[in-house]
Each structure stands twice: as structure tokens, then as C-alpha cells.
Write a protein of this length. Structure first.
Length: 563
């Protein structure tokens, strides 16, 4: 039985891709942290500091695939605690995989990329894009087999991509441009498009549609009770072993993995423990090797106790937007939108992360190819905010409603609401919606029905700082009440036709400048996932999130140091 993606999951995965990675909860969900070095300081960010991101750590220096490590110890089962339950596990095309974190053991992507989003080979060894961008040719790795003995080849790739589109899985919209597949030989596939799309290869590297499952297994009839066992068959270093819904999932070593000598582990187990206190106690007592993901307070405490606390290099952007497309909203005026940003003390907001969050002014970071270093931040200045409101005709400030969802950190929400009030924005209502209701809001709009009252959208979950994350946020028909200035939508459509990465980055950089100049969104913070491991875990910090993609890691590189 095929399971389709629920609309709420579509939205969550589309615009944050990290729901399970960030944690959830109404008090202090484990939001994410930054792209700087893995040894983030524990001190609080000083209020009033400049809104400059810390220097990031250098990109990991390794080849793809990663060479065999002769120093890695063989054997053992690694145990990770996951701070959420997972109620459905199967092949990517089967539907709502709540996280790729589990799938990565079994299913491998066609391509991967480094933290700079430079594409690298994996199951596809090379790729070529025609001058007009309408033909993408992949050369496939030979000698690879799925766990059931089925050959990995061009027919298998075609089968997976067609099934992903048929089942409308997350990210498969890009496949709607495919008009045909040519297979000139068993290990070459040509994907013919109706129009160029520069994100296609990135989706193969970072999205669910790039993960390959056995066509033989996926064509077998199943029931809800056995779909995981029957369909979870890939080419990866581990094979499905067993699972208990909402409790755990176990994997065993693939003895015929295509990388000689790997994996190093005999097995891997995820325990699903939503009670974070219980999860940490199990970790500290030696019942698990790691816990994902940590709230900053827990991260600091564990670090002070001598545990290894790391952060991912993939950063996530938090932002506000308004109903500026509504001509009757105060936010239709540029001065009011600018005042909104001046009213935010982003350093105070980031201080909630105790050194694991950092403020931002644009939806890019210094290491991104599309970062605009010429942008002068609108740093916290409540007097300037009130001056702009007065110039716009609101000397006494304006009334606003704030719409958010249950994923928001309550501490972050409260700080922002207080800052809005101090900056001349009188919050008359705070609407904290369920995820399903919030999804509808982003589809249908959130403009205030009262003339002269503005409406602010404050998402609880962020946007991934990568190409697919930005395209999902801005090249969309969602957010109808957000300001869409002249040429902005068209600019993101044009990005799709730019295959050269340097040229594409330049085009995105221009759109970032336009977004800042028009204040169409107000970015306020970047953060990233945190995790703790014991001193036995090896290969996790080096390769986790190296693909600049949520829930990506290299399970074949993990090993346990026991001597």
C-alpha cells in the first residue's frame, strides 16, 4: 500500500528539511546552531554586539568516495538516541519518511556535494549538462548491486525517478520537467527536460529523489505491517534488520557493499526516545553512544562535563515576513518594513542560544557564494524604528497581529514580541497555529482583515541555507501576502536556467540584495543542529552534514574506538 505525503509534512520538509533535526516542543525546542567551528563557545552572545557571523570552520578535506581507513576498528553496534519517534520507515517513494537520517544507512544518492555545494560523484560517477540545459547525462557506477542482488543501473534510476514523481514525494516537482529518459547503455542515462533546471543535480545530491531503492523490492506487494521489511532495500553499507514502531530501528552490515572493507561496524541502532531527560540519562549511563539533537543549555552542560559536543556545518535561517502585498496594511510602506528590522535586537535574540545562535541580516553567510558583503546591516535601533514609523505616518506606532506555529521556541517568541512592542509595534494578537493550520496560512495568506492593522508571519521552523532550501522558499506560489517586488519571482525562475555555479551564485546574490533593499523578509538568526557523542564514536563529526544537506552523513565511515 502506497502512503502519500501529508500536506503538513510537505511544508515542513520543503521549507526547513530539519524538523526531526531541530526537535520540537512548546517550551524550548532544540533549535539549531551555526556554521562555525565544532567547538562553539559556551558564553552568551553579548547584547549590542555587531551582527557579524563568526568565521566558519574550513570545509572538510576528503575525497569522494572516502578512502578506506586502515586505522578504523572493525565490529560492534553503534547506538544513537533520537529525540523523536518515527512511525513510518520504508523506501523513499513510499511516502512520509520523517527523516533521511534513518534512510541513509540503506539508500544512497546519485550524487553528493561538499559544504560549498560543489557536486561530487557517488552512485553516479560523472554528469554532463547540455549547453541548452535540457539534457542531463549521468554515467553510473558499475558493479553495484542492491541488497537483494538486483543490479544498480540506468533502468533502476529511471524506475526510481518515475515512481518518485508518480507518488509525488517531497522534491519530485522538479521531475515534472522530464519529458523522456534515454538509456544508450546500461550505465548511462540521459534525462531530457522541457526546460533547464539548475536545481536538478542538487536534488539528486541533497534530496529524497536522489536516493535509490531496489526496483525489484518496490514492485513486490506489501501490507502496512510488512512494507518496511519488503521495500527497504538499497545499495547502502547497511541493510534493514528490524524495527519496532516508535521504539527503535536496527540495521546490520551489508557484506557485499561496493566499497571494499566497509562498513566498519557490524550494526547500527536508533532508539526513539522523545523524553530528552531519559535520553540523556541513557547516554550518560553508557546505553547509547550519541544523542541528537541538543538544546543549547544541554549542549553547554554536556560540554562542561567533558563530553564531545559538535554542530553541523549546515546553517538554518530564521526570519519574519509581513503582509506587505496588502495595500491597506502599514507594511505596504517600505519605511514600516525597515522599522520592523530596526526594532529587532538580533543579538539579544541570538543570546538565547548561548553562543550557538548568531544574528544575520541576509539569507546568506560569508562562506556562501551568493553572500553580499556590501550590505550594511539595519542593526538594532528602536529610535530609528520610531523615526521611520513617524515618517510613514504612524507617530504613535501601529497595531499588528503575529502569526506563528507550535514549532516556535517560546523564549524566542517572547523576546521578539517584547522588542516589537518597544519598537512601536503594538501586538494586539498572537496566533500560535498548529502545523496543519499554519501550512494553510502560508498557502492562502495571512493579511489582516482590519484596515490599518499589519500582520507579521513568524515561522517556528527555519529555511535551510542551501540552493534547494532557498529555491523552495522563494521560487514558490506560497506566501501570497508577502511582498513580491517587480522581477523578484522572475529572478528565481531565471536562476533555474543558469547551470554554471559561479553565474548562478551571482544571480542569487542580486536577489539577496533586492530582498534586503525592499525588506521583503526580515532575517534575524542562523543556527544549526547540535549533538553529543561519547569518546568511542569515530567518523561522525567529520562527515555529518558534509553534504550541506539536512540529515546527511556517511554511515560507512562510522566506527567504535574501543582500545
Amino acid at each position: 500500500m502506497k502512503t502519500t505525503i501529508f500536506s503538513v509534512l510537505v511544508f515542513i520538509l520543503l521549507f526547513s528539511l530539519i524538523l526531526s533535526g531541530c526537535g520540537s516542543g512548546s517550551t524550548t525546542p532544540a533549535a539549531t546552531t551555526t556554521k562555525p567551528a565544532a567547538t562553539t563557545p559556551a558564553q552568551t552572545t553579548p547584547v549590542g554586539a555587531t551582527t557579524t557571523a563568526p568565521t566558519s570552520s574550513p570545509s572538510p578535506a576528503f575525497d569522494y568516495p572516502i578512502p578506506f581507513n586502515p586505522d578504523a576498528q572493525k565490529g560492534g553496534t553503534m547506538i544513537f538516541n533520537h529525540n523523536a519517534v518515527i512511525s513510518f520507515i520504508s523506501a523513499p517513494a513510499d511516502g512520509p519518511n520523517l527523516t533521511q537520517r534513518v534512510a541513509r544507512f540503506v539508500f544512497e544518492p546519485l550524487l553528493i556535494c561538499d559544504v560549498k555545494e560543489n557536486l561530487k560523484p557517488w552512485l553516479a560517477t560523472s554528469w554532463d549538462v547540455s549547453p541548452d540545459g535540457k539534457a542531463v547525462t549521468l554515467k553510473l557506477r558499475q558493479g553495484v548491486k542492491f541488497h537483494d542482488g538486483t543490479d544498480f543501473n540506468a533502468e533502476a534510476v529511471k524506475f526510481n525517478l518515475e515512481l518518485d514523481l508518480k507518488n509525488n514525494i517531497n522534491g519530485s516537482a522538479v521531475l515534472k520537467k522530464v519529458v523522456s529518459y534515454d538509456i544508450p547503455d546500461p550505465y548511462t542515462i540521459v534525462i531530457n527536460l522541457s526546460a533547464p533546471d539548475s536545481t536538478l543535480l542538487n536534488y539528486f545530491a541533497q534530496g529524497i529523489i536522489g536516493l535509490m531503492a531496489s526496483p525489484t523490492a518496490q514492485q513486490k506487494p506489501t501490507t502496512p505491517e510488512n512494507i518496511t521489511e519488503v521495500h527497504m532495500v538499497g545499495t547502502g553499507p547497511f541493510m534493514y534488520d528490524s524495527w519496532q514502531r516508535d521504539n527503535y530501528v536496527q540495521f546490520k552490515k551489508n557484506p557485499n557493499y561496493w566499497q571494499p572493507g566497509k562498513p566498519y561496524l557490524d550494526g547500527f541502532r536508533w532508539n526513539f526516545i522523545p523524553d530528552f531527560t531519559a535520553s540523556l540519562l541513557a547516554f550518560k549511563s553508557g546505553q547509547a553512544n550519541a544523542v541528537l539533537t541538543l538544546d543549547p543549555i544541554d549542549a553547554i552542560g554536556l560540554k562542561n562535563e567533558g563530553y564531545s559536543v559538535s554542530i553541523s556545518p549546515l546553517a538554518m535561517l530564521h526570519w519574519l515576513t509581513t503582509d506587505a502585498s496588502n495595500p491597506e496594511s502599514p507594511f505596504a510602506k517600505l519605511e514600516v518594513r525597515q522599522a520592523l528590522e530596526y526594532a529587532l535586537n538580533k543579538d539579544e535574540i541570538a543570546a538565547i542560544g548561548r553562543g550557538y545562535f548568531f544574528p544575520t541580516t541576509q539569507f546568506a553567510q560569508p562562506e556562501d557564494g551568493y553572500y553580499d558583503s556590501s550590505i550594511v546591516p539595519r542593526n538594532y535601533n528602536p529610535a530609528k524604528a520610531k523615526e521611520l514609523l513617524t515618517a510613514a505616518g504612524y507617530p504613535n506606532g501601529i497595531d499588528v497581529i503575529v502569526i506563528t506555529n507550535q514549532s516556535i521556541r517560546v523564549d524566542t517568541q517572547n523576546v521578539i514580541l517584547a522588542q516589537l512592542k518597544a519598537g512601536g509595534f503594538n501586538v494586539t494578537k498572537v496566533d500560535v497555529q498548529t502545523s496543519a493550520a499554519y501550512t494553510t496560512t502560508t498557502q492562502k495568506g495571512w493579511r489582516s482583515t482590519t484596515p490599518g492593522v499589519g500582520s507579521i508571519l513568524m515561522p517556528g521552523f527555519p529555511t535551510a541555507d542551501n540552493l534547494t532550501g532557498l529555491m523552495a522558499r522563494f521560487n514558490t506560489n506560497l506566501f501570497p501576502d508577502q511582498l513580491w517586488p517587480d522581477g523578484f519571482r522572475e529572478g528565481w525562475v531565471d536562476v533555474l536556467s543558469i547551470i554554471d555555479k559561479t553565474e548562478r551564485d551571482a544571480a542569487i546574490k542580486a536577489l539577496i540584495r533586492q530582498a534586503f533593499d525592499t525588506a521583503l523578509i526580515i532575517p534575524y538568526q542562523y543556527d544549526s543542529s547540535r549533538w553529543v557523542t561519547d569518546n568511542k564514536v569515530q567518523g561522525w563529526t567529520e562527515y555529518y552534514y558534509a553534504n550541506n544537506s539536512p540529515d546527511f552523513f556517511q554511515p560507512a565511515e562510522l566506527w567504535l574506538k574501543t582500545k
